[in-house]
Design a binder for this molecule. Structure first.
Ligand SMILES: NC(=O)C1=CN([C@@H]2O[C@H](COP(=O)(O)OP(=O)(O)OC[C@H]3O[C@@H](n4cnc5c(N)ncnc54)[C@H](OP(=O)(O)O)[C@@H]3O)[C@@H](O)[C@H]2O)C=CC1
Ligand SMILES: Nc1nc2c(c(=O)[nH]1)N=C([C@H](O)[C@@H](O)CO)CN2
Length: 240
């Protein structure tokens, strides 16, 4: 599996919520991390103080994605893993131009992982069998579609497909897998009615929080065999 403690794990969108929880988790294990952030939340100062290398990056353009990749290559000779956490949940709403929604969803969920995986491939190779990982964060809606987040679901479906393509391209040195969550965390502006409706959509009827994702990430990083697969973290929602 290679020496997993010296090579940093790269987490995109590590300034809040799931990405931030992952960052703190790895820091607590004395696992070096590199975090991309767009907005400089106070949490970024805390991560920096705790030893994380935090790099500002806006993935809304290919130039921004590639500039970030260059910064990463300046800072490290190798990566233990890339966790493509950065994402944007935009729906088709009246008054929002459809071309903008579609391009924004494709940019963050397809352009950014596609370009970063290619640009950083050399940092993942050369450390032995199954020594490195890529993890894509997709979504349960890849399976079923979404009538209110059509572009979002399509972009996550493309990311899901790239999981298998990159698994074929990078094996056996690099494993590539996807995590497809349904409701994990509410947003602060979710009202009580939305929250109840959302909870009722799954069998387990909870919003489990970041640990559900962290535990699966840990499993995937320890495997020497699992690649090209998508893991639903969805509370049985497909069975409702
Ligand atoms: N939370 C949930 O219940 C679910 C989450 N997921 C997926 O899990 C992942 C994490 O979810 P969650 O923590 O809720 O995500 P959030 O929406 O809370 O945070 C997403 C992160 O991505 C960053 N980001 C978004 N767009 C860009 C961009 N153009 N350039 C750079 N960074 C960007 C954000 O930066 P900034 O803060 O500066 O905007 C933010 O740090 C996402 O991929 C999401 O799609 C899937 C299903 C359910
Ligand atoms: N980038 C984000 N993607 C998603 C979020 C989010 O908050 N940020 N939230 C969801 C919902 O929880 C959805 O799964 C509820 O059915 C989906 N994606």
């Amino acid at each position: 599996m290679g020496n997993t403690k010296t090579r940093p794990i790269l987490i995109t969108g590590g300034g809040r919520r799931i990405g931030l929880a992952l960052a703190h988790h790895f820091l607590s294990q004395h696992q070096p991390i590199i975090v991309s952030y767009r907005t400089r939340y106070p949490a970024i100062e805390q991560l920096t103080a705790a030893g994380a290398l935090c790099i500002q990056a806006d993935f809304s353009s290919d130039e921004g994605v590639l500039a970030f990749a260059d910064r990463v290559k300046e800072k490290t000779q190798g990566l233990r893993a890339i966790i493509h956490n950065a994402g944007d949940w935009a729906g088709e709403k009246s008054g929002v131009a459809l071309p903008n929604v579609l391009s924004r969803m494709l940019q963050i969920h397809v352009h950014a992982p596609y370009l970063l995986n290619h640009a950083l491939e050399s940092l993942l190779r050369g450390f032995g069998h199954a020594a490195s990982d890529i993890i894509h964060f997709t979504d349960y809606v890849v399976e079923r579609g979404s009538d209110k987040h059509i572009a979002y679901a399509a972009s996550k479906a493309a990311l899901d497909n790239m999981t298998r393509s990159f698994a074929k391209k990078l094996a056996p040195e690099v494993k590539v897998n996807a995590i497809a969550p349904a409701l994990i965390l509410f947003n602060d502006d979710d009202d009580a009615e939305y929250r109840q409706q959302a909870l009722n959509k799954s069998l387990m009827k909870i919003a489990p929080g970041e640990k559900e994702i962290i535990d699966l990430v840990d499993y995937l990083l320890t495997s020497c065999y699992v690649t090209g697969r998508t893991f639903g973290v969805d509370g049985g929602r497909p069975l409702r």
